[in-house]
Design a protein around this ligand. Structure first.
Ligand SMILES: [Zn+2]
Length: 464
């Protein structure tokens, strides 16, 4: 079976969803459209597009000017910096940043909110509040200005621009949104947001019994691009593979989770697509976007990013991402350190954009596997251990102790003792001979609260 795109008006709703749920969706996405997509959206996108190919010197001065605005706002708004008397200027702002602002992290915000938040940490009635997902601890609140929300949306929109997508073109969405009740067992398992011409598909319904209708709806809607988590796009690709089916979606935009090479490969093959990944976070201290040449460009008009070693010194090797937000005058975050790690990629990109490049970001502890000697293991290496094995429908590699991995397998026909032993041998031979490897057969892989399927998960306690 090969599902083809058709040029047709979309009408895949075969049974009306409950009126109240539809009304709620209409209101939510209609309001979101009004706020985000009409207030000067196009002007902001044009500004960003105009900056991406400036000479390095001119782009640097754009960054410096934004950094000055942020530091002035930080002194005004954040108690910890209030006593700083420095008058920041464009020529020396990077030096002033390093000299006067220490690196901070999540713990500073949660343990001393009075020092790091405006309004003593209590949002006003009109404050826009964002939260981190809390996958690695307590969620952290971020207060945002409306201006920063609009810039965020334009930054995302500019990345869409890189593929040729323009507002109004058909796009699909396969992330965590609850658009239909989770126990619904008749289509539609999606909602058509007509304000953005966007088909929002329920990722909770990516399962046998529902997915054939979803595949048909996507084929009929024929989106130019789809936004997805790596895990949800991969899940759709796996279900297509099991049906020997294909979709044709020219671009898939991924983010919010690590994208592993084996996932990218299957997504590109089964969705007949080009994956455009990005790296960002709720703290909004860094945003990197993959271009059509596969390079990850750091958007230097979004935030100011440093890569520092364990002593907080700049490094050309691998280090932590430390970033300073732009555009948010309500609560600027200054030199905020993530647990994520990367390094600068030297050189320039054939796409012609001036933004510096970074290597793929790794290393949230809970997304990282370690070998028996405590060394970090590249997920790409782990994928080799699975090559040529039969009978594995889904898998998850979990670090359960310092020297122990548990590989959870949802088996299908063909998985037997021999395959199980080959998997264990492969890990020892290709990854690390000192590892203790347990293979456990399970009915399904447990999801996170946001319904994400994580292929790699570290469940052991960090040493420190
Ligand atoms: Zn590029």
């Amino acid at each position: 079976m090969r599902v083809r795109q058709e040029e047709s008006t979309f009408s895949a709703v075969s049974e009306p969803a409950p009126a109240l749920a539809v009304l709620r969706n209409e209101l939510k996405y209609g309001l979101r459209f009004l706020v985000r997509d009409t207030l000067s959206y196009e002007r902001r996108i044009q500004t960003l597009l105009g900056q991406e190919r400036l000479s390095k010197e001119r782009l640097d001065s754009v960054t410096n000017r934004l950094l000055v605005d942020t530091l002035r706002a930080a002194v005004r708004r954040i108690p910890r910096y209030r006593s700083l008397k420095t008058d920041f200027n464009v020529a020396s702002v990077r030096e002033a940043l390093v000299e006067h602002f220490p690196i901070v992290d999540r713990l500073d915000l949660t343990s001393r909110p009075g020092d790091h938040y405006p309004y003593e940490g209590v949002p006003r009635a009109w404050t826009i509040v964002g939260r981190t997902s809390g996958t690695s601890g307590t969620p952290v609140q971020m207060f945002r200005s409306l201006d920063s929300v609009l810039w965020e949306n334009a930054i995302v929109g500019r990345h869409f621009h890189w593929s040729g997508y323009r507002p109004g073109m058909r796009r699909a969405y396969l992330r965590g949104d609850l658009v239909v009740p989770i126990d619904r067992s008749t289509p539609p398992y999606w909602f058509h947001n007509r304000y953005n011409n966007q088909l929002i598909v329920s990722s909770r319904h990516l399962r046998d019994g529902c997915v054939d209708d979803i595949i048909e709806a996507l084929a009929k809607f024929a989106p130019f691009m789809m936004e997805a988590y790596p895990s949800t796009a991969y899940e759709l690709a796996l279900l297509l593979e099991q049906r020997n089916a294909f979709l044709e979606i020219p671009y898939v935009y991924t983010g919010s989770e690590p994208l592993y090479p084996h996932q990218r490969q299957l997504i590109e093959a089964r969705l007949t697509t080009c994956v455009m990944d990005h790296y960002g976070m709720a703290e909004r201290i860094a945003y990197a976007t993959e271009c059509e040449h596969g390079n990850l460009h750091l958007n230097t008009d979004y935030s100011y990013v440093e890569i520092v070693d364990d002593d907080g010194q700049p490094t050309d090797g691998e280090g932590h991402i430390v970033g300073t937000t732009f555009h948010n005058t309500v609560m600027p975050l200054v030199r905020y350190r993530m647990s994520d790690r990367t390094r600068w990629r030297p050189g320039s990109c054939a796409c012609g954009r001036t933004y510096p490049m970074i290597e793929p970001v790794s290393g949230k502890y809970e997304d990282t596997l370690f070998g028996s000697q405590g060394q970090r293991i590249s997920p790409s290496v782990v994928t080799f251990a699975f090559k040529a094995l039969r009978g594995i429908r889904y898998s998850q590699v979990a670090q359960v102790a310092a020297d122990t991995w548990e590989i959870r397998v949802v088996p299908e026909a063909g998985f037997n003792e021999a395959e199980r032993n080959r998997l264990i041998e492969n890990v020892r031979k290709l990854v690390d001979p000192g590892l203790r490897v347990i293979v456990r057969e399970v009915d399904e892989i447990a999801r996170t609260s946001a319904h994400k399927y994580r292929w790699i998960v570290n469940e052991s306690k960090p040493e420190s």
